[in-house]
Design a protein. Structure first.
Length: 599
């Protein structure tokens, strides 16, 4: 027997990742999946993989949840079974390490172990197919295999696992871990008191099942991943390092005095600010908020001194940190269709391997792109070579081929998404990528922020021709704004608007006046819309705006392009294009970003 094509995947994926209350849950969940797939890939043999393709003999850091490999036909089924066993063995290794760590804080009993074993053993399902290639070309084998795998997944039997009793804090679906004769709150209060608030909220307010406990206590959780507050305040902190270092040091001393032994580091190597970004937000400096997040204060009588020191830091910096941050998802457009097109070429396997190598190359370059955008757009001139500063890559959650999930400070979210999409198009020949961005308050539920980013991605994918981005702003007041544009039409228009608002070349009222008038003006001919835009720009421009006519031309052209990308409104006279209305929403968004989310 010759060779066979092996295709392997696992489930659940999206629900496993989405069960997250903290950013660290999201990161660890993603990395657990990577470790499971990597264990299977290494068992198969990296040199046998078609997708993902190793570069220089090494697998990428993050792997997708599908493997395609060319294996020995005589051992194809055995190879698949061994890959499944390696995957499950890695899961057991991570679970056992988490169990061992958790039991040092509160010993288990039979009841606890029954819950643990039931949930851990029933989680993962691995699906695979093998297709003999004796009489099949690569194209036929691949199409046959993917169709068979889809059929297997559709016909799978869902395990019937009973989950009685109170449910956990992360999924809300599985029984919370607890001991016989002890309440769930008492058990998790004991764990929290021993492990500390950096890992678990105190007083039993977070109660985990086995899956959530693995995310919190497995070795992958030992990396401190930035919180939403840290992401939101990151660009402020980096500018403070340059402009108000003395005041930062003074504030650090007083907050260390107030919190004392309750304070914990999240970046111990950072010599200037090793703490969470929530301590840079004035709203955190209340006795209630600090007790909730840190478990207590040693000197609450000095809390007002800390608030005053933080205000002094704001004055020295000339700004306050943003309370908003971004969730960014990027995904290649029509990847399945592109692969099918490659399979029609003269050497489909070589084409598929080349495509796979390009995806791996893109994934390898993502961290550098994120670092460069952060330095250029947020803290120009700053160097993190000493390891003290925050890099763009520090917020990267997952980066597997054509799929990127990351957080970003408000000020760099759009430039970062655009730079990643441009890098994808340059690296993966003949392909584009679309992005979804959600701008949310740092206290907004993480599950909602992720859902908003995925929904924005779907809106971008619906734009004709794709290669687009959609951004959803979710104000804390409840107001929600969504905009979309193809990357090519977006250009640097948004960044220009942000700059003009930030430097007060344009009055902030320009955005809202345009939003008020746009619904009535959007149906005008192109010259009429341009004239209306010109009138508004001239009304709200400052003398420092050097070339207002150029801005008018750019905005008018962008609005015209948005006509075909934005769903029209239908009335008695038929469809009315909404490009100018969409432009107005982009302008409101630019004002919001320019004001750091304060407007």
């Amino acid at each position: 027997m010759g060779e066979a094509l092996l295709i392997l995947t696992l489930t659940p994926v999206q629900s496993f990742i989405a069960e997250a209350r903290r950013t660290s849950d999201l990161y660890v969940g993603s990395q657990i999946l990577v470790q499971l797939v990597k264990a299977a890939a290494e068992q198969i043999g990296p040199q046998r993989l078609v997708y993902p393709a190793p570069l220089n003999g090494s697998l990428p850091d993050d792997l997708p949840n599908v493997l395609v490999a060319r294996v020995d036909g005589a051992r194809a089924e055995q190879t698949a079974l061994e890959a499944c066993q390696a995957l499950q063995a890695k899961w057991k290794e991570l679970a056992d390490a988490a169990r061992k760590a958790l039991e040092t804080y509160a010993p288990s009993d039979r009841k606890w172990n029954d819950i643990w074993d039931r949930q851990v053993e029933s989680l993962w399902q691995v699906f695979w197919v093998t297709v003999p290639m004796d009489s099949l070309e690569y194209r036929q084998a691949y199409l046959t295999g993917t169709a068979a795998l889809a059929a297997v997944k559709r016909s799978r039997v869902f395990p019937q696992v009973e989950e009685p009793g109170p449910k956990d804090s992360l999924s809300g679906r599985r029984e919370v871990l607890h001991r016989q004769g002890e309440s769930e709150k008492d058990y998790w209060s004991t764990v929290a008191a021993n492990v500390g608030p950096s890992r678990l909220r105190p007083d039993g307010r977070e109660r985990l099942d086995a899956i959530g406990a693995i995310k919190r206590f497995c070795p992958l959780a030992n990396r401190s991943f930035p919180s939403t507050s840290t992401v939101a305040s990151a660009d402020f902190l980096e500018r403070v390092r340059q402009k108000a270092r003395e005041q930062l040091g003074s504030y650090r001393q007083i907050i260390e005095w107030v919190l004392g032994s309750f304070l914990y580091s999240v970046r111990p190597h950072d010599q200037q600010w090793p703490y969470d970004g929530d301590l840079l937000l004035l709203e955190t400096l209340t006795e209630h908020a600090l007790r909730d997040s840190y478990g207590g204060l040693e000197r609450p009588q000095d809390l007002e001194r800390a608030r005053q020191a933080l205000r002094e830091l704001y004055r020295a910096a000339g700004e306050r940190p943003s309370l908003y941050y971004a969730v960014l998802v990027l995904d290649g457009d029509s990847m399945g269709a592109h692969i099918r097109e490659l399979l029609q070429r003269a050497d489909p396997e070589a084409e598929h391997r080349q495509f796979s190598r390009q995806l791996t190359q893109f994934a390898n370059e993502v961290p550098q792109v994120m670092d460069e955008v952060s330095r250029r757009a947020t803290w120009p001139g700053h160097s993190a070579s000493d390891g003290s500063g925050i890099r763009g890559r520090d917020f990267l959650v997952y980066n597997g081929g054509d799929d990127v999930l990351t957080f970003a400070p408000l000020s760099v979210a759009l430039p970062m998404a655009k730079a990643l999409a441009e890098k994808f198009s340059k690296t993966v020949q003949g392909c584009s990528a679309s992005g979804g961005v959600a701008l949310v308050h740092h206290r907004y539920p993480l599950s909602g922020a992720l859902a908003a980013a995925r929904e924005a991605e779907s809106i971008a994918k619906a734009v004709k021709g794709k290669g687009a981005v959609a951004v959803t702003l979710m104000r804390r007041s409840g107001e929600r704004i969504t905009v979309r544009s193809r990357w090519g039409d977006l250009g640097d228009h948004f960044e220009t608007l942000v700059s003009y608002f930030a430097q007060r070349h344009l009055s902030s009222k320009f955005a809202y006046d345009l939003a008020d008038l746009a619904p009535a003006l959007t149906a005008l001919p192109a010259d009429g819309r341009r004239a209306s835009l010109k009138q508004l720009v001239y009304r709200h421009r400052a003398r420092t705006l050097a070339d207002p006519d150029s801005l008018v031309d750019r905005l008018a052209a962008w609005a015209e392009a948005l006509d075909e990308q934005t769903p029209p409104e239908y009335g008695d006279n038929g469809p009315t294009p909404q490009g100018l209305t969409e432009l107005a929403r982009w302008t409101v968004l630019a004002r919001f970003v320019a004001q750091g989310g304060a407007g």
